[in-house]
Design a protein around this ligand. Structure first.
Ligand SMILES: NC(=O)c1ccc[n+]([C@@H]2O[C@H](COP(=O)([O-])OP(=O)(O)OC[C@H]3O[C@@H](n4cnc5c(N)ncnc54)[C@H](O)[C@@H]3O)[C@@H](O)[C@H]2O)c1
Length: 387
């Protein structure tokens, strides 16, 4: 079996729960080197994952100059992304970079240029579309668009009521119930974190474009540029995505909920553990296993099962550490798809243009809040031309 050798730069919380376990469990990946500015963090990660034989450094240059490394995974703060892509391009290393790929349009353009000139592959960790629950939802949504199935009891319209263009829309509501106490101040730092539109809603803007599959044409955002906000995104086919991001919520309820209506159906994705489809006769309900399940009790699956486990985990937390429960948001699948793209010289599953689109839309949303105006999404900014 072909394998690639990976270096991980940035051994923080996210890398601890995703990149390290995902690399170590992937048969096509060999972990060749790890880097963090903090020696303490390196020692902690090395101990936790038993990496004493793996090269470790606090200087990222030593990762890029190692001839054995094919792919560098970057999970630092966003502010160093550009300089790390510059190094990857200079040394011919492929790069999997955390979201957001860039903080500004200028940084995105520089990254596109670097990737094009060097011929490396870049993948942005916009993982949600790769989760098993979203993959299935998208398959069913596409099926409904091409061969609609509706409930036998659905009302039949009168003969004088023609089909209207608005009926081809896919309308999406994304509700984010976040808990501000879980944040660190870096999230709000304008240089290193950029606030929750740049740092978090970039995920949902990317997902909305992927699910709806039409060109975004206009954006209107309201609220705060760093915390609570609402974003409305209009698409060329008349679809609308509505993202409501609140930091005033509680993790006693799951953080993410996705609701779509299209072609006479309603699709509901509950925190990647359950997808429900209504409007085709009896409701169809599919459930998905968690990525991490430390409750280890065989209770029901899906949303109800998750909520029951959550209640048990909270009880156990009263006597010490809360067991980890994490839905499958597609990080492992994205890593596997990118590794395959490198080994088989195929396009990146989430390339630099998609990274640039999410940053552009996030920046436009911020501008809309600052000006109080709806703003057009420029087609040439979505289809950037790098000669
Ligand atoms: N895709 C997702 O769903 C998702 C979820 C959470 C976080 N993230 C992203 O992961 C990234 C890291 O987030 P986190 O919560 O782990 O942050 P963190 O602060 O816990 O970890 C960042 C680590 O990077 C290290 N670092 C910073 N600059 C460095 C440099 N120049 N060289 C080497 N190491 C350096 C820091 O010392 C720290 O240990 C962020 O970009 C965040 O947006 C993605």
């Amino acid at each position: 079996m072909k394998r690639i050798v990976v270096g991980i730069i940035g051994c923080g919380e996210f890398a601890e729960f995703q990149h390290f376990p995902n690399c170590l469990s992937n048969p096509q990946v060999e972990l060749g080197a790890i880097c963090d500015l903090s020696q303490e963090r390196l020692e902690y990660i090395s101990g936790k994952f038993n990496l004493s034989g793996v090269f470790q450094t606090t200087d990222y240059n030593e990762i890029f100059t190692r001839p054995d490394i094919n792919l560098v995974i970057v999970a630092t703060n966003h502010s160093v992304h550009l300089e790390l892509v510059e190094q990857a391009a200079k040394h011919g290393k492929h790069i999997l970079i955390e979201k957001p790929m860039a903080m500004t349009k200028q940084e995105s353009r520089r990254i596109l240029r670097l990737v094009k000139d060097s011929g490396i592959k870049l993948c942005v960790d916009y993982n949600r579309p790769m989760s098993p629950s979203m993959q299935e939802l998208k398959r069913e949504l596409d099926r409904q668009r091409t061969s609609p199935v509706v409930s036998p009891w659905r009302t039949t319209r009168g003969d004088n009521f023609p089909k209207l263009y608005e009926e081809n829309a896919t309308n999406l509501v994304i509700t984010i119930n976040d808990e501000i106490e879980s944040y660190r101040t870096v999230h709000l730092d304008p240089q290193r974190g950029g606030g929750q539109i740049i740092g978090e809603s970039c995920h949902f803007l990317d997902l909305a474009c992927w699910l709806i599959g039409s060109r975004p044409v206009r954006i209107y955002a309201t609220g705060s540029t760093r915390l609570n906000h609402g974003i409305l995104l209009d698409f060329a086919d008349g679809s609308i995505a509505n993202i409501l991001f609140s930091v005033c919520g509680t993790f006693d309820y799951p953080k993410e909920r996705y609701e779509l209506t299209a072609g006479g159906n309603l699709f509901l994705n509950e925190f990647f553990v359950e997808t429900e489809i209504y409007g085709r006769g009896e409701p169809s309900i599919c459930t998905y296993p968690l990525q991490y399940d430390e409750v280890e009790q065989d209770i029901g699956s899906g949303f109800a099962g998750y909520m029951e486990k959550r209640a048990l985990a909270q009880k156990q937390a009263e006597n010490g550490k809360m067991p980890l429960l994490m839905p499958d948001k597609g990080h492992r699948q994205l890593l596997s798809a990118f590794v395959e793209a490198i080994l088989e010289d195929k396009p990146s599953p989430v390339d630099e243009f998609r990274g640039a689109r999410a940053t552009y839309l996030s920046r436009l949303a911020i501008k809309s809040i600052r000006t109080g105006l709806p703003l057009p999404v420029q087609q040439e900014e979505l289809e950037l031309f790098i000669n």
